[in-house]
Design a protein around this ligand. Structure first.
Ligand code: ADP
Length: 479
């Protein structure tokens, strides 16, 4: 009989009625494991367990919550090689990237372990004599967490750790493609001493268990990262139930390269931002906006660097670009490249499916030059190792083009001019701005999130996470 890794509901592992194989995108002959696939009843049971467990969890001491989060964080750090390897096998990013992501998840748990000790309020004098006013933060209640496949450890960590830190109970639904990392996280949290029902894991299809979460009136808040289409459903369901919502959706992040940039540094930023993690990052530098006089040096330099990138199995030591996550994403990427070609772009440096000795979803990174802002490649998020280059006259046009998008997650500029760097920081419409740095690669102790169609609701990460995971209470007291 196949060993099925179960869901965690009310402190019990449950295998559910169905299971599905977790396939390695570097080698589709390898099945990493079989994971339970829940249904709407499993989701309802998990929500019931969370509702039952939350009040007591919300009343635990900061020290108790600190200790459990720290225990989980330390275990993740101590096992980062092993957990990173599993992550690389199920998602396809390189071992180095996967171990770094796992370490990040551990650090996030330790950060919120500390935050549990620092939850504070305000005390003010009332307008009325003799009355005292204080403002405190309380848990929201039961938080639903829906996560994507591209950061199977870090994104769950940056949602689950603050949720638990501030006294909420959690029901998490991970992406279908990466149940392994989610299962590991659940196992670690359970063994760290979380009371039954405080953290529940329900695996399965978005259209079934995800939809059941959205429709359940007992969920007090939902934090979601994923596509715009699903984000819109989440927002609509949250409006219907009058519950708070936090959405992180895509990006079409510009990296502006000006005449006065250090070109080698700009090329480093572009290659890292566009292609590492196989370009499967919502902060990927997918639009490279380059002024005329450095355009050809920049493009030639990028192509030269791309020739040195090694596409291959995520666990091979010399691999710099792992496979695409699955067949459907690979087909999407290749279709976007064809569309770009059809609309007049020149495909440089690759953009083709390749064989790497094992059956996997491999493609070479692509740079698409001669593109204009109206082309599909510059309007829609590809979510693969594909970047486009737009040639502009000067800084003013670069800024205009950078802002000419529905998205607003992150924006970068490479320049040695303080004047342009400062102006760009103020004027670009994005939640995060990078100067002489890749658009991808953020710290965990500061806010993460975007503007426009990229995000909705309060920011994630750092102490600002409290804005989503707590509600304020204002008390007036006449002693
Ligand atoms: P992607 O295209 O990157 O897979 P999705 O938005 O489809 O992005 O998936 C992000 C997360 O949302 C996944 O965990 C997925 O299962 C979940 N999801 C997909 N459809 C729904 C839905 N109808 N209701 C709730 N969650 C969903």
């Amino acid at each position: 009989m196949t060993d099925v890794k179960g869901m965690l509901i009310a402190g019990e592992w449950r295998s559910g009625g169905r299971s599905s194989p977790n396939v390695n995108p570097s080698d589709t002959n390898e099945i990493i494991g079989h994971y339970a696939q829940g249904d709407a009843d499993d989701m309802r049971d998990a929500i019931e367990a969370a509702c039952a467990a939350q009040p007591r969890w919300g009343e635990t001491t900061p020290q108790a919550r600190h200790d459990i989060l720290a225990q989980a964080g330390n275990e993740i750090l101590n096992r980062s090689d092993e957990l990173g390897e599993l992550l690389a096998r199920e998602e396809g990013k390189t071992r180095r990237e996967a171990v770094a992501e796992t370490r990040r998840a551990g650090q996030i748990f330790l950060y919120f372990a500390g935050e549990a000790l620092r939850i504070s309020g305000e005390k003010l004098a009332s307008l009325r004599p003799g009355v005292e006013v204080d403002v405190t933060r309380e848990p929201v209640g039961v938080v639903g967490i829906i996560t994507p496949w591209n950061y199977p450890m870090a994104i769950p960590a940056w949602k689950v750790a603050p949720a638990l830190c501030y006294g909420n109970a959690v029901v998490m639904k991970p992406a279908e493609l990466v149940p392994g990392s989610a299962w590991m996280l659940a196992d670690i949290l359970q063994r760290a001493g979380l009371p039954d029902g405080v953290f529940n894991l329900v695996m399965g299809a978005g259209s079934i268990v995800g939809a059941a979460m959205l429709e359940d009136p007992r969920i007090d808040a939902i934090s979601f990262t994923g596509s715009q289409a699903t984000g819109a459903r989440v927002a609509a369901a949250c409006a219907k139930h009058m519950r708070r919502v936090q959405l992180e959706m895509g990006g079409k992040n510009p990296l502006v390269v000006l005449d006065d940039a250090d070109i080698d540094q700009a090329i480093d930023c572009a290659i890292d931002g566009a292609f590492f993690s196989t370009g499967q990052r919502c902060t990927a530098s997918s639009r490279l906006i380059v002024t005329e006089s450095v355009h050809s040096r920049f493009v030639e330099g990028c192509l030269e660097r791309m020739r040195g990138l090694k596409v291959g199995h995520a666990l091979d030591n010399d691999t710099t670009i792992g496979p695409v996550v699955d067949q459907q994403q690979l087909a999407n990427n290749l279709r976007y490249i064809e569309t770009a070609r059809g609309e007049g772009g020149s495909i440089r440096g690759g953009g083709e499916r390749v064989e790497c000795g094992r059956p996997g979803f491999y493609m070479t990174p692509a740079l698409v030059t001669d593109t204009s802002p109206q082309m599909t490649i510059n309007r829609e998020e590809v979510f693969g190792p594909v970047a486009s280059v737009m040639r502009v006259r000067d800084y003013e046009e670069a800024l205009y083009v950078a802002n000419d998008t529905q998205f607003g997650l992150c924006a970068g500029i490479c320049t040695t001019s303080l004047k342009y760097a400062s102006h760009f920081r103020r004027s670009v419409r994005a939640g995060m701005v990078m100067v002489n740095l890749p658009t991808a690669g953020v710290d965990y102790h500061v806010p993460f999130g975007g503007t426009k169609a990229s995000s909705m609701g309060p920011r994630e990460q750092g102490r600002h996470a409290a804005e989503f995971y707590t509600v304020l209470k204002t008390a007036y007291v006449e002693p």
